[in-house]
Design a protein around this ligand. Structure first.
Ligand SMILES: NC(=O)c1ccc[n+]([C@@H]2O[C@H](COP(=O)([O-])OP(=O)(O)OC[C@H]3O[C@@H](n4cnc5c(N)ncnc54)[C@H](OP(=O)(O)O)[C@@H]3O)[C@@H](O)[C@H]2O)c1
Length: 311
């Protein structure tokens, strides 16, 4: 069985620090998702990260049920989509029904931005993320969700949200890897008792795992570049959710390796190399106004410019 440490969240619950990401590069994935999650469970994965927007909650839930592994031994995260901020209760019930796993461990607001009738609304328009969060807080009373969190929040949006919270988000899930170590956000969240979860820990492609510095570290300790990056994330105290459909890579990703303080320092400094401090995702708008999914970087509170390069 994989030796993955658990982290304790601000509500006292425990979460495996490494989970299987279930985004298949676009909505859906059908049987591929079922096969991936079934195989992952056999490999020792006990934490799955899906979302209403991934349109594959049914397959994730079915793989969990079919595994025969007790529900209590598996951690399930799903997310409220931007289109559902005005109907939180209904959207939550739909996710629960699709997953069909009796309860959800962690429910995240996927993005601070909402879309009403297919149109993205601005930060001051209804439903604001604060209004949405207040509705999410009510879900705890159902007993069908244990923990609440957010995703894609910045220091700026958290500063707006936190004064209104009865429940402080347990985690903030953001893009996080050596090119985007999110050091300031990490320090801020730690001070507020919010744990960071890193999405796209492998950069959603080959840029990181082909990086010469990471490859050299991997060769030095006879491991793979992906394991270097994943182990760095966990050793830093962040939850990480790499996605893989390939059994060998799944097994590698869940096998953490020991990194020395010097190795950690090399990885911590990677983004300081020229042109390396940046997002590795493709969701950034290519023209003005620059941003993601209809909010500008300023509205999101993301310190970025064209292509997601950190300003
Ligand atoms: N909250 C959000 O807004 C948000 C946004 C993006 C992602 N996420 C979450 O984060 C999860 C992970 O991020 P991601 O799926 O974007 O990207 P990722 O995990 O960084 O990268 C996945 C890619 O890396 C490949 N890969 C996996 N293990 C590898 C290894 N050991 N060596 C070489 N290549 C490897 C995978 O291919 P194979 O499958 O063929 O191995 C896949 O192409 C998602 O699945 C989702 O759950 C959340």
């Amino acid at each position: 069985m994989a030796n993955i440490p658990f982290f304790t969240l601000n509500d006292g619950t425990k979460i495996p620090s490494l989970g299987m990401g279930c985004f298949m590069g676009g909505p859906g994935g059908g049987e591929r998702v079922y096969q991936m999650c079934s195989e992952a469970l056999k490999c020792g994965y006990r934490h799955f990260d899906t979302a209403a927007g991934y349109a594959n909650e049914e397959e994730v839930g079915r793989a969990i049920r079919d595994s025969g592994i007790p529900r209590s031994e598996i951690y399930v995260t799903t997310k409220l989509g931007s289109r559902d901020h005005h109907r939180v209760k209904e959207a939550f019930e739909e996710s629960l029904k699709k997953l069909d796993v009796s309860y959800i461990d962690l429910y995240l607001m996927h993005w601070p931005l909402a879309a009403v009738d297919g149109k993205v609304v601005g930060p001051e328009e209804h439903p604001t993320y604060t209004e949405t969060w207040k509705e999410m807080e009510k879900l705890l009373q159902t007993g069908k969700v244990k923990t609440l969190g957010v995703s894609n929040f910045s220091i700026k949006t958290l500063e707006h949200l936190l004064p209104h919270c009865e429940i402080i988000p347990a985690t903030n899930q953001v893009e996080l890897h050596p090119c985007l170590p999110q050091a300031e956000l990490k320090a801020y969240c730690e001070a507020k008792n919010i744990l960071l979860t890193g999405y796209s820990p492998l950069g959603q492609g080959t840029f990181l795992i082909e990086n010469t510095t990471i490859k050299a570290l991997a060769e030095k300790i006879s491991t793979s570049p992906a394991q270097i990056v994943i182990s760095w994330a966990v050793k830093r105290g962040t939850i990480t959710i790499p996605k893989s459909e390939n059994k060998e890579r799944m097994l590698a990703n869940i096998t953490l390796v020991s990194l020395s303080a010097e190795d950690m320092a090399v990885l911590d400094a990677l983004h300081q190399q020229p042109n390396m401090h940046k997002s590795l995702l493709t969701y950034h708008s290519k023209e003005e106004p620059l941003g993601v999914f209809g909010w500008t970087y300023e509205q999101l509170g993301w310190n970025m410019g064209l292509g997601g390069v950190v300003a």
